[in-house]
Design a protein around this ligand. Structure first.
Ligand code: 26M
Length: 802
């Protein structure tokens, strides 16, 4: 639908008047945000309805993406962009002396995710709608999103993220679509007319109420639905919840997002959350199939429905679908199993053992007695089916229930027709190491789907100046077809374009410098190298290696050895219970304090740790980055996605050959990336031979020793305990992440960065190549591959309203 500036202004006045009895002059940014978002809602609502009707009529297959996290960030600008209104609205507001960016800043971040996994789920939603596939998100409407991070004396403190306080302007409560989810109690199987049917006794019934968020596709795309479930006491069950505590226990189900994205803990509430959204989602799908589509033949379900399991958190979907088919719809076991396997597919996001979900059999039996019975039966049949075909050892290693625990990854693999990793190396490691036994059993189920990012958000919204330069050079069609970005490489020798590129970067850096000044009071020089590491804080991501580099630079500067000016920028949240990660934050903050206030350094080096890294902050930092730090221990980062966002914005990557960094290198060529460090074979060799002896390295390398010693010799004030903890960690023979093993190679890569920085033209050329080749990581390409290879979807045909 087209919108003119004049029409928008009229609507704005009307909304402000109706909602707040204000006009454009008196309204606050938050009033203006409410009014503009209401206009946007009016813009997509008719189309949203029309598409739902078209879906029901055309009965095409749909995918349901089950994820315990969705991390969309803010939606105003992306909805405006996708409706094709962004420019008009920005200009109309400017006519009224209003700034869209300030108004948009009033929107709270929808932070219902921790990091990569949740952000990927949100990107997939946007992409499905934009590429024309009917795809639905299924998740949890957490009352509190990921905690807000504050630094107090350099320590991380967590505050609740009450994002719903101001009411969310995008969600629609759909009470009529509510379903009931049952927990606990006892189950007895009784014969009901020849069908063994469960009878429940003493179970608790919770009502799942969906809140739907429209996912507006780009330009001619669809408008899909992200369905997030909230838990309530069912009206008909009020008497079973007599006390406030009883009621609160129900509300607690969806109240918090677990803030740990790397370490699995067997918490009961977490298990409840997993079953809750899985059961609600599947019931809702079957209601749609049997009622709206009026289909009674469940053997045809796989022709209409694909369910995707994002990591193992929703893996109970396999057992729950079996329960619904066998118990509620009386489908026989073998037929039900066949249907389930065809419907389900699973993505693995990590190879780290400590992140693998395992649930205690006793806990699961108590909370979900029928589901535990079904998993037990799946496990039994799996073992029986393999007996005699493979060794007993293989059966023991691959079965679902072992040592009193349910291995969720095994359930996910056994119950799915497709298992994918998220970057080529990661998939290869799954096939040859972590899931080797399963790969031998089911080689055809394994496939790779390298992650992607929404260039719409990371270029068009976050970096409009660079987007304009692309328009001016290669034409506007890259906005619809990212392949065309490759044409940008033709400007490799175009001095004018290279200068413009550097002007845009400088401009973005000035804006970030201003923001840094406002937030921290620290002045940074926008002409310095902006060296960025933004991601969750984790030992394997090695913010510590960056810290050692900073200490080395500091020592050089103190000794009169010169380096180009550099501003190191961190953004990172640590899981609240992750002691080591929090110690790293403290040491980095104290190091920053020391360096930023040392007159000897004379502004040659600044270290900025910005609080509360989230999607909105990413949109400010990433366009201003010169260097992208992707320095995880090789084999540990499944893919990474900040690497892709930074590349698209013209940052040059310093990287270990881990995750998708390898594919970035393939795309841009060796000369356009700073790669360094141990390769996967060297890493595995250390592990296999127990041959990592960091103390020797430390004793034999004076530069390393000096940097590491700074942690304990009193150089850095106010963190002797934390500095000692890092020191001890680095020097232990069982240090898993091999920080010191990569130190020297990292310094060499950084020296090369400094050399290149001095050749301004070369730097701009490399930056240009990186931007051009970021098309490879366009999430729309990733989604096309999922749609074709895994979900077998066709695009929905819809007629536009006008
Ligand atoms: C599990 C159980 C209990 C509590 C929390 C969790 C949990 C939540 C999120 C575990 C892992 C979670 O996310 C992991 C994650 O974000 N992995 C990242 O996924 C990205 C998208 O595929 C990859 O790019 C990253 O490399 C990978 O680390």
């Amino acid at each position: 639908m087209q919108l003119t500036k004049e029409e928008f202004k009229k609507r704005l006045e009307r909304k402000l008047d109706n909602y707040f009895e204000e006009d454009v002059k008196s309204a606050s940014n938050s009033d203006l945000y409410a009014a503009v978002s209401a206009i946007v809602r009016d813009g997509y609502t008719p189309q949203w309805r029309r598409i739902r009707i078209a879906e029901t009529n055309q009965k095409q297959k749909q995918v349901y993406y089950f994820s315990i996290e969705f991390l969309p960030g803010t939606l105003l600008k992306s909805n405006l962009l996708n409706l094709g209104w962004l420019k008009t609205v920005r200009e109309a507001l400017a006519d009224l002396h209003l700034d869209l960016d300030k108004i948009a800043a009033a929107e709270p971040d929808m932070a219902l995710g921790n990091g990569g996994l949740g952000r990927l789920a949100a990107a997939f939603m946007d992409s499905l709608a934009s590429t024309g596939y009917t795809g639905n998100g299924n998740g949890i409407r957490y009352k509190y999103g990921l905690f807000k991070q504050k630094f107090v004396n350099g320590y991380q403190k967590e505050l609740p993220n009450d994002w719903l306080k101001k009411e969310d302007h995008w969600e629609v409560r759909r009470e009529s679509k509510s379903v009931l989810v049952r927990f606990g109690g006892k189950v007895n199987m009784v014969d009901d007319n020849g069908w063994m049917t469960p009878q429940y006794e003493g179970e608790r019934v919770v009502r799942a109420v969906p809140y739907d968020v429209a996912v507006v596709g780009y330009k001619d795309g669809l408008t899909n639905t992200l369905r997030l479930w909230d838990a309530e006491v069912p009206p008909e069950e009020e008497l079973n919840y007599p006390t406030i505590t009883d009621r609160r226990r129900v509300e607690d189900l969806t109240s918090i997002l677990y803030p740990d994205d790397s370490n699995y803990e067997g918490r009961l509430l977490r298990l409840k959350q997993e079953y809750f959204f899985v059961s609600a989602g599947l019931q809702s799908i079957l209601n749609y199939y049997t009622k709206d589509l009026d289909n009674k033949d469940l053997t045809k379900l796989p022709n209409y429905v694909a369910v995707h399991i994002n990591d193992t958190h929703p893996a109970m979907a396999i057992a729950e679908l079996m329960r619904l088919l066998v118990d509620e719809h009386r489908v026989d076991w073998d037929t039900a199993w066949n249907i389930t396997q065809k419907v389900m597919s699973y993505t693995n996001h990590t190879i780290m053992a400590e992140a693998m979900e395992k649930w205690d059999v006793n806990m699961m039996s108590q909370l979900l007695p029928r589901i535990m019975q079904i998993i037990t039966e799946i496990d039994r049949r799996f073992c029986v089916g393999l007996k005699g075909h493979v060794s007993d050892d293989v059966i023991e290693r691959t079965r679902i229930i072992k040592n009193g625990q349910v291995q969720m990854a095994h359930l996910a693999i056994i119950g799915s027709h497709s298992i994918n990793g998220v970057a080529a190396l990661h998939t290869q490691l799954l096939e040859t190491k972590v899931l080797k036994d399963f790969y031998n059993l089911y080689p055809d189920r394994f496939n790779n789907k390298t992650n992607g990012i929404t260039l719409r958000r990371w270029l068009q919204i976050a970096n409009p100046e660079l987007s304009d330069l692309l328009d001016e050079t290669i034409g506007k069609n890259w906005r619809n077809d990212s392949d065309e970005m490759l044409n940008f490489e033709k400007y490799y020798h175009d001095t004018k374009v290279l200068h413009k590129l550097s002007d845009i970067k400088l401009d973005n850096k000035k804006k970030l410098a201003k923001f840094i000044k406002e937030r921290t009071g620290i002045v940074v020089d926008p002409t310095a190298i902006f060296d960025v590491q933004v991601k969750r804080l984790h030992a394997y991501k090695r913010q510590t290696l960056k810290l050692l580099h900073i200490l080395k630079l500091y020592q050089d500067l103190k000794a009169g050895i010169d380096h180009p000016k550099r501003v190191v920028i961190f953004g990172a949240k640590a899981a609240p219970s992750y002691v080591f990660a929090k110690q790293v934050i403290k040491v980095i903050n104290e190091t920053a304090n020391m360096i930023n206030n040392d007159p000897d350094v004379n502004d040659k080096l600044k270290v900025i740790f910005l609080e509360d890294y989230d999607v909105s902050l990413a949109e400010r930092i990433i366009p201003a980055a010169d260097v992208s730090e992707q320095i995880s221990t090789t084999t540990k980062e499944a893919s990474g996605t900040s690497n892709m966002k930074l590349m698209a914005n013209g940052a040059l990557t310093v990287a270990t050959m881990d995750g998708a960094n390898i594919e970035i290198k393939d795309a841009v060529g060796e000369d356009n990336i700073f790669s360094f460090g141990l390769n996967k074979d060297q890493v595995y060799k250390y592990y296999a031979e127990h041959s990592y002896h960091p103390r020797e390295m430390y004793e034999n390398d004076a530069v390393m020793k000096k940097a590491v010693d700074a942690l304990i010799d009193g150089t850095i004030p106010n963190c002797s305990a934390e500095g000692q903890a890092l020191f001890n960690n680095f020097l232990g023979d069982n240090e898993q992440f091999l920080v010191l093993a990569d130190f020297e190679a990292y310094l060499r890569a950084q020296a090369k960065i400094e050399q290149t920085w001095k050749q301004k033209r070369l730097w701009e050329q490399m930056s240009l190549v990186n931007i051009a080749h970021s098309e490879r990581f366009d999430v729309d390409k990733t989604i096309e591959r999922y749609a074709e290879d895994i979900w077998h979807l066709k695009k929905l045909e819809v007629e536009k309203a006008d």
